[in-house]
Write a protein that binds this ligand. Structure first.
Ligand code: ZN
Length: 350
């Protein structure tokens, strides 16, 4: 059991009819959303509300959203990761209260205080966004999200498999990374629980998707209390973000993280079979041809990792690959080993 002075995050408001119930108490709110979740969520609100559609996560679009929302006391984000980040950003800019209504289990964006935004084509963190006053997970709304999107959320827990390895590397290298054995232990428990959760996620059961969100919620206070601890994001996220940047299109975050977790656990020599077994059991897409990229894009992403790693104040397995020539050589080998391994994992899944 973990003790300590954790920042206060609201208890999840989760279940059947949650949005209708919660929205009875809303007044003076600005809703940020995107088209498809709003088509359903808009019908569930107890009173008619106008919505601001989020067009993208570049600073110019977000500044326009912030201006339109500025007169309200509270910002409500209703949607997927893009909207959660936009709502965080707007609430911070305008000094407003924040309510979050994630409509898929696909990402953990409503549980972190960092909004990722694009600034001149570069992914940039906007930190210290407000902690939401409430996080509302409506069962009926969650059930309407595409199953592959909801399944993808399990990768936001699975990524701790490679992240914990990187975090320990950093600690052993003497980096200031908020090392905490009780947090490491708590994270391992969440990983072990995936062995039971993954087959339930595969069935498409909305209750399993709620369990993903509950696990992400249990991590939330630790992102604030241990800001330098890499217990839930490491080299696999550097890969995942890199893959999206190289591909130049928006990919399903959890699917890129799943591929990243397989490849980085191979690089770490850290039980890739276990990570692959969870991904297979959850029927989560991970193979490049199933997630919208080519292997050439994957190889280009691998080659770019040392450069990308330097853009973040993290220490991961990527920083242990030696000189630029040695790193390039190792990552080129990973490109070919990884390809056969990922193909093999897919063959065993079908
Ligand atoms: Zn993530």
């Amino acid at each position: 059991m973990i003790e300590g002075n954790l920042p206060v995050w609201p208890a999840l408001d989760v279940g059947s009819g949650a949005l209708r119930r919660a929205s009875r108490d809303w007044h003076d709110v600005a809703v940020l959303t995107t088209r498809s979740p709003w088509a359903i969520a808009g019908q569930l609100l107890t009173r008619g509300t106008d919505a601001i559609l989020v067009g993208g996560n570049d600073r110019t679009s977000l500044a326009a959203c912030a201006e339109r929302a500025a007169r309200s006391e509270t910002v409500v984000g209703i949607g997927s990761g893009l909207v959660m980040d936009a709502a965080k950003y707007v609430a911070k800019q305008n000094g407003q209260h924040l309510l979050q209504v994630p409509t898929t289990a696909s990402n953990n964006a409503c549980f972190t205080r960092t909004a990722w935004i694009m600034e001149a084509g570069v992914r940039t963190p906007e930190r210290e966004c407000p902690i939401p006053r409430a996080i509302i997970v409506d069962r009926e709304l969650l059930a309407t999200a595409p199953v592959p999107l909801n399944r993808a959320g399990i990768a936001e827990i699975l990524c701790s498999h490679t992240a914990l390895f990187d975090w320990r590397l950093a600690y052993e290298a003497g980096r200031p990374v908020d090392w905490d054995e009780s947090l490491e232990e708590a994270t391992r428990c969440e990983l072990e629980a995936l062995e039971t959760l993954a087959p339930q996620v595969a069935t498409g059961d909305v209750l399993a998707f709620e369990e993903i969100i509950k696990a992400c919620a249990r991590f939330a206070p630790w992102f604030s209390s241990h800001p330098h601890a890499r217990f839930n994001a490491g080299s696999e996220h550097i890969f995942a973000w890199g893959l999206e940047a190289v591909a130049g299109i928006r990919l399903v975050h959890g699917e890129t993280v799943a591929l990243g977790t397989i490849l980085m656990s191979l690089l770490q020599g850290n039980d890739p079979e276990w990570a692959a077994s969870i991904i297979r059991a959850a029927r989560l897409s991970f193979h490049p041809e199933d997630i919208g990229v080519t292997w050439t894009t994957v190889e280009e992403t691998l080659r770019s990792l040392p450069r990308r790693a330097q853009m973040l104040p993290w220490y991961t397995v990527i920083d242990t690959l030696g000189s630029p020539e040695q790193a390039a050589d190792r990552l080129a080998r990973l490109g070919s080993e990884g390809r056969s391994y990922v193909d093999e994992v897919k063959r065993r899944s079908t």
